[in-house]
Ligand binder design. Structure first.
Ligand SMILES: NC(=O)c1ccc[n+]([C@@H]2O[C@H](COP(=O)([O-])OP(=O)(O)OC[C@H]3O[C@@H](n4cnc5c(N)ncnc54)[C@H](O)[C@@H]3O)[C@@H](O)[C@H]2O)c1
Length: 433
């Protein structure tokens, strides 16, 4: 069975299915099509399926033409899970958010696996790519399929965990050239996973189990969260000491070993950095281990919008914001993406709105947004809008924005990203500067 699937993968006769066609699943499905696999793309969002079937992309790194080239030729998009009956490979890329009390919400994985367990046939390879806590693949994928189908992993079907490491907006690293971690439930599972990913990824990094593979992804994102928190704390300290932290980071980066630069910002956002470490600390707690670094980093990063809010109040010398006019530049969670999830700029905007300030925003990637029951529209950063504002806050440093024009036409600019570093004006106040 294992040998048969291996040969079907190598000859591209194997039919693949990707469940969840978002920022992680869609680029993966396209890369598999480019590697000559036929792929069923399954998503519960009717809007996303309809968009794909019209040849339209909803992920900023993917162009319409990339969809148009493969749709209904190599990529077959729909929301009917029964196609899984015909799949040799099933890859799960569904969301893993936090619930209301900031605990892992694995309901999307459970619901996708329930469909897999319903339709899977013998000889299929199932891979979980969603980011999640160590043990998920064993507990929520392997054992569910084994108990529902009476099949044995490593013999009747095969399971791997391989975390998606895609970095939206990254112009150089993509699905193909980002090294891929992979762990299998058994040795045969791992061997099949390697055969599969080797067809469309340049470098694989096999590890000894699915639990180690799950831990790798959480370690990477915890590392980022903790280091971002460290620099955000150093930023606040530098503000109180009158030292430019950006200059200090750049100078420290000259050390050819032992230092890696992280930069200040108004907090962390996206579907990964603010969430993934919490998956790990939650799992730790179930094993009676309390991870102080994760909790502290989350505390510092989550409070950065509040810090920016207070700094601006101080700059404007206002007791309250009731008559203040604020213009936020950049609302996506990081530069050059259209993703608003967990965006610290959005939280900052919410703080200003709650305080009674008049707030506008500009983001070329986010034409409209909903917040607190209101719908806001992106406003052009023209001289009128800039002049009318008491302060302009650069919250996200999209590369296409003309920061010199913004500085030239604003009363005061508060820059949380050092985006205006080359501007020749003295009205820019740099966070940590
Ligand atoms: N966004 C990133 O940059 C990134 C990077 C690496 C890893 N990841 C991980 O990848 C996973 C997916 O994240 P994403 O950013 O692609 O999320 P996303 O929200 O962009 O996409 C997930 C898709 O899954 C669909 N979906 C939800 N439940 C489903 C179900 N039961 N069956 C079929 N489709 C379903 C949703 O409609 C959505 O289109 C998460 O675990 C995330 O942590 C994301």
């Amino acid at each position: 069975m294992h040998v048969m699937l291996k040969s079907r993968i190598e000859s591209r006769q194997a039919m693949a299915a990707v469940i969840g066609l978002g920022y992680a699943g869609l680029p993966l499905a396209l890369e598999m099509c480019n590697s000559d696999f036929d792929v069923y793309g399954i998503d519960t969002s009717k809007d996303r399926i309809s968009s794909l079937n019209k040849g339209k992309s909803y992920v900023s790194d993917i162009k319409d033409v990339q969809i148009a080239e493969v749709i209904n030729r190599k990529l077959f998009a729909g929301n009917d899970f029964s196609v899984l009956k015909n799949a040799d490979i099933i890859i799960i890329c569904v969301p893993t958010p936090l619930d209301k009390v900031k605990e892992p919400d694995v309901s999307y994985i459970k619901s996708a696996v329930a469909q897999v367990a319903k339709y899977i046939r013998k000889g299929t390879l199932v891979v979980l790519e969603s980011t999640t806590y160590p043990g998920t693949t064993e507990e929520l994928v392997t054992s569910v399929i084994e108990s529902k189908k009476g099949m044995q992993v490593g013999k009747d079907f095969f399971v791997c965990y391989s975390p998606e490491r895609v970095d939206p907006g990254n112009k150089y690293f993509n699905v193909k050239n980002t090294p891929r971690i992979i762990g299998g439930s058994t040795q045969k599972c791992l061997e099949l996973g390697i055969v599969l990913y080797d067809t469309f990824i340049k470098r694989l990094v096999p590890v000894s189990s699915t639990r180690v593979a799950e831990m790798v992804k959480l370690l990477e994102n915890t590392f980022r969260s903790v280091n971002i928190a460290l620099i955000n704390e150093m930023t606040q300290m530098s503000d109180s000491m009158g030292i430019n932290i950006w200059e200090a980071v750049d100078a420290a980066s000259s050390k050819p070993f032992g230092f890696m630069p992280f930069y200040p910002g108004p907090g962390t956002g996206g579907h990964c950095i603010p969430l993934d470490p919490i998956y790990l600390s939650w799992k730790g707690k179930t094993c009676n281990y309390f991870n102080r670094f994760i909790e502290l980093a989350d505390d510092i990063n989550s409070n950065m919008p509040g810090y920016v809010f207070k700094q601006i109040k101080r700059i404007l010398s206002k007791k309250d914001y009731s008559d203040a006019r604020i213009f936020i530049i950049g609302i996506a969670y990081k530069k050059d993406v259209d993703d608003l999830r967990e965006s610290p700029a959005l939280r900052l905007l919410g703080l200003f709105m709650e305080s009674g300030a008049g707030v506008k925003y500009y983001d070329p990637y986010i034409p409209t947004l909903s917040i607190g029951g209101y719908e806001l529209h992106s406003c052009e950063p023209d001289s009128k809008n800039l002049h009318e504002s008491d302060i302009v806050v650069i919250a996200t440093d999209h590369t296409c924005i003309d920061y010199q024009f913004i500085a030239d036409n604003s009363k005061v600019v508060y820059d949380t990203r050092n985006a205006a570093k080359n501007c020749r004006t003295d009205n820019v106040i740099l966070m940590g500067g």
